[in-house]
Design a protein around this ligand. Sequence first.
Ligand SMILES: *[C@@H]1O[C@H](CO)[C@@H](O)[C@H](O)[C@H]1NC(C)=O
Ligand SMILES: *[C@@H]1O[C@H](CO)[C@@H](O)[C@H](O)[C@H]1NC(C)=O
Ligand SMILES: *[C@@H]1O[C@H](CO)[C@@H](O)[C@H](O)[C@H]1NC(C)=O
Ligand SMILES: *[C@@H]1O[C@H](CO)[C@@H](O)[C@H](O)[C@H]1NC(C)=O
Ligand SMILES: *[C@@H]1O[C@H](CO)[C@@H](O)[C@H](O)[C@H]1NC(C)=O
Ligand SMILES: *[C@@H]1O[C@H](CO)[C@@H](O)[C@H](O)[C@H]1NC(C)=O
Ligand SMILES: *[C@@H]1O[C@H](CO)[C@@H](O)[C@H](O)[C@H]1NC(C)=O
Length: 343
Amino acid sequence: MRSPTNWLAVSLLVALVAGNHGIAKQADPLPSQSMEVLATDPLFASDGVHCNAALSDWSRSDQPYCFHSSRSINTDINTQGGIIFFLHIPKTGGTTLRLNLERYDHINYIFAKNYSIYSDTASLVEDAILNGTSNKTVLFYEIHASTAPSFYQLRHRLRRWKDIATKNGVPTFFFTLLRDPIAYAFSHFNFFHVQRRNPTFEQCNATLDNFLRLTLFNPQCHFLFQGEWAMRAQKPKNKVLTTQECHVVQDYMLQLLDWIGTTERLSNDTLPLLSRLLNLPENHTWINHKVSKTAQGVNYFGKENVTEAVLEWIKHDMSLMDTGLYQMAGDCYRYDAVYETES
Ligand SMILES: *[C@@H]1O[C@H](CO)[C@@H](O)[C@H](O)[C@H]1NC(C)=O
Ligand SMILES: *[C@@H]1O[C@H](CO)[C@@H](O)[C@H](O)[C@H]1NC(C)=O
Ligand SMILES: *[C@@H]1O[C@H](CO)[C@@H](O)[C@H](O)[C@H]1NC(C)=O
Ligand SMILES: *[C@@H]1O[C@H](CO)[C@@H](O)[C@H](O)[C@H]1NC(C)=O
Ligand SMILES: *[C@@H]1O[C@H](CO)[C@@H](O)[C@H](O)[C@H]1NC(C)=O
Ligand SMILES: *[C@@H]1O[C@H](CO)[C@@H](O)[C@H](O)[C@H]1NC(C)=O
Ligand SMILES: *[C@@H]1O[C@H](CO)[C@@H](O)[C@H](O)[C@H]1NC(C)=O
C-alpha cells in the first residue's frame, strides 16, 4: 500500500501566483449542445464544488495581478508512476508531446480525441486513481478536440480524480498549454481554413478578408469552456463567452492544473519538465512536430501579411480573455520559479 504521506517526499515547488480580486461565482449552466453528449455521464453531476474565485480584473491594468504562493509538483511520478492528465487545446503544440511520448513502453499514452474514446477509456483513470498503475507505468491521458468534453465540463471529475488519487498515494500531474493569442489566430486560420486539414471547417484562400471574417473570438477560452464545437463556427446564434465565464474557467485552471505551459516556451519549460516527470532517457531528444507553412502548396498567412491595426484588433477586440489567460500562465506558472525540495 502506498502511503499518502510519502508522495510529497520529493517535490518541486512552483511559485503560483493567483489573482486576488475575489468574487465568488456560481458556474453557469452548460451550453445545451454539449449537455446532450454529456447527459449520460453520471460523473458530471455536481459534487458541490463551486468557484470561490480569486481572480484578476483584466480590464484594470492598475490592479495588482497576482499574489505569490506556492504549490508543489509531485515528482514521485518518475519513480513510482502515476497519472498525467493533458488537456490539449488545438494549435498549442500538443501533438509534439504525443508523437514523442507514445513510443515509450513505460508510458501508456491514451489519446481521447472524441467522446466515444473518452467514455471507453476514462475507466483506466478510474482504476489508476484507486490502485495506482502497474509496473510503475505512467498513464498519460490526453483530452482533445471534436466531441471530447471541455475542461469546464470535466472540472468535477478532475477534482475527484485528483482527490482520490492523492488519498491513495497515486501521483498525478494535470496540465495544459496556452498560446500567444496573435500567433494562435494565424495558426488557426492557416491550419483549419487554408490548409484544408479538416473538412468540417470552411475552406478558403489566404486573404485578408477571409482572415478577418474567420478569426475567432477568444478561441482558447471557448475551447476550455465549451469544447471544440464552440470554435468550429462562431456564428452569431452561438453563445458568446462572457468575461465572467472565462474568469470561472481561469479559476478552475488555477485550482486543478499543476502546470500551464505556453507554446512559445514549450522547449524551455514544459518539455524539460515532462522529461523529468517521465524519467525519459538521457539521450531523449524532443522531435518538434511542425506543420509545414506551405503544406499542400497553399499560401500561408502570417503577421507579416497584415498591418499593426489588424494585430491590435486581434489582441484587443478578439482576444482580451485569451490574453488574460495567457498572461496568467506566464505569471503564475513560472518554470524559473520551479525548484526542488527535499522533505
Ligand atoms: C472516435 O475516434 C476513433 C479513432 O479515430 C474513431 O474510430 C471513432 O469512429 C470516433 N468516434 C466518433 C463517434 O466519431
Ligand atoms: C484494486 O485492488 C484491490 C485489492 O488489491 C482489488 O480488490 C480491486 O479489484 C482493485 N481495483 C481495481 C479497479 O483494479
Ligand atoms: C510487469 O512487469 C513484469 C516484469 O517485467 C512482467 O512480467 C509483467 O507482465 C508486467 N505486468 C503488467 C501488468 O504489465
Ligand atoms: C482560391 O484561389 C484560386 C487561385 O487564385 C482560385 O482558383 C480559387 O477559386 C480560389 N478559391 C476560393 C474558394 O476562393
Ligand atoms: C529558450 O532558451 C533558449 C536557450 O536558453 C533561449 O535562447 C531562448 O530565448 C528561450 N526562449 C524563450 C521563448 O524564452
Ligand atoms: C538511447 O539509449 C538507449 C540505451 O542506452 C538506446 O537503446 C537507444 O537507442 C538510444 N536512443 C537514441 C535515440 O539514441
Ligand atoms: C505573406 O507574406 C509573405 C512574405 O512577405 C509572402 O511570401 C506571402 O505570399 C504572403 N501571403 C499572402 C497570402 O499574401
